[in-house]
Write a protein that binds this ligand. Structure first.
Ligand code: DAH
Length: 357
């Protein structure tokens, strides 16, 4: 038995791979293996012999089994080590210099706005750019005859003759995402919706496609005061200033009541914009308390829930923050412009590390 033990333990120690190990297992402790055959011989022994040989054989079998298991684990470890060595790569190597891509200022600003509102507990919601006129208008309390429909210079989708699906438009604002989010998530709700919108208009401050960010907060105890605080926090963080003064100007939107346009105090002295000082006012967004009809259109009970909403032009606040004079340049795809105004692709904006460094 000592010979058997020495033989197999050496063979196991020397096994170079798993299949050799498996062969060894079969020849040693397999059904017809050497140890198993020996165990069968126990039957021919005298009871006294058996009392000694039986436990010894069992112990030998256990020892070989655990040697096999230990070796198997060691081989697996070695295989993993070898693989890790052969697949090694230096992730600290600097990127190749020929990559010239930059983040577009609009993407950058969307990331910045998302980071700020994320910190305030808002999550990001999205909706389709091709929208039904119900979501884009009716559900937002803009019925068919309403002048706002005409004012928005809407692009209507072509309809084949006999197509009786509801009319589709290119969404003229991100507000329809309010309805879609209410339907999908119910209340309470805190979301922002950044995205592209479309209106038939083109000059230095208008392009047929531009970007907005919508905000919506619904709960059982939300007031105008919450709206003011949230917007103040946002403007301070976004323009990276310690103090701002906001002016809420009474206004009218069909989907809010009351409605307010929000201006921030600024100065244009010397041709550069300074936020928070001076005698000028800069309009940055529309807002208000969500109209009960809009809340109901979203499938939520307006007698239980109320809230605020706002909508803001992303392109416009990007122009203001980064001193970009002509809106149309955003969409010209001029590489020289993109290199000048673009942002490094690895600098993801976050509130603590600095939004726009
Ligand atoms: N949807 C409006 C627009 O495109 C902007 C807006 C104003 C959105 C007030 C709102 C709001 O959510 O409360 O001009």
């Amino acid at each position: 038995m000592d010979d058997l033990k020495a033989k197999y333990l050496t063979l196991i120690a020397d096994a170079a791979d798993e299949s050799t190990l498996e062969d060894l297992r079969v020849t040693a402790v397999g059904k017809k293996g050497e140890i198993s055959l020996k165990m069968r011989e126990l039957g021919k022994m005298t009871p006294e012999e058996r009392q000694v040989a039986g436990p010894a054989l069992n112990a030998l079998k256990d020892e070989i089994n655990s040697a096999l298991a230990a070796k198997k684990a060691a081989l697996a470890d070695a295989a993993l080590d070898a693989r890790l060595r052969s697949e090694w790569l230096d992730v600290t190597l600097p990127a190749r210099g020929r990559g010239r891509g930059t983040i577009h200022p609009i993407s950058q600003v969307m990331e910045e706005v998302t980071a700020i509102f994320g910190e305030l507990g808002f999550s990001v919601a999205e909706g389709p750019r091709v929208e039904t006129d119900w979501y884009n208008f009716d559900a937002l309390n803009i019925p068919g005859h309403h002048p706002a429909r005409a004012e928005m210079d809407t692009f209507y989708m072509h309809r084949a003759e006999g197509d009786d699906r509801p009319p589709h438009v290119l969404r003229t604002h991100t507000s329809p995402v309010q309805i879609r989010s209410m339907e999908a998530m119910g209340a309470p709700l805190r979301i922002i919706c950044p995205g592209g919108v479309y209106r038939a208009d083109y000059d230095q401050t208008h392009t047929p496609m531009f970007h907005q960010i919508e905000g919506l907060a619904l709960d059982t105890d939300i007031s105008m005061a919450n709206l003011k605080w949230v917007l103040e926090e946002f403007v301070k963080a976004f323009f990276e200033v310690d103090d701002v003064e906001l002016r809420f100007r009474a206004s009218h939107f069909p989907f809010t009541e009351p409605s307010a346009e929000v201006d921030i105090r600024c100065s244009w002295e010397g041709g550069t914009l300074k936020i928070g000082e001076g005698d000028d006012w800069l309009e940055i967004l529309g807002s208000g308390m969500v109209h009960p009809k809009v809340i109901a259109a979203g499938g939520i009970d307006p007698d239980v829930y109320q809230g605020f909403a706002f909508g803001m032009g992303i392109d416009r606040i990007a122009m203001l923050k980064y001193g970009i004079p002509d809106l149309r340049a955003f969409f010209d795809s001029d590489l020289r412009w993109l290199r000048h105004y673009g942002f490094a692709s690895l600098d993801v904006p976050n509130l603590h590390g600095g939004l726009s460094r």
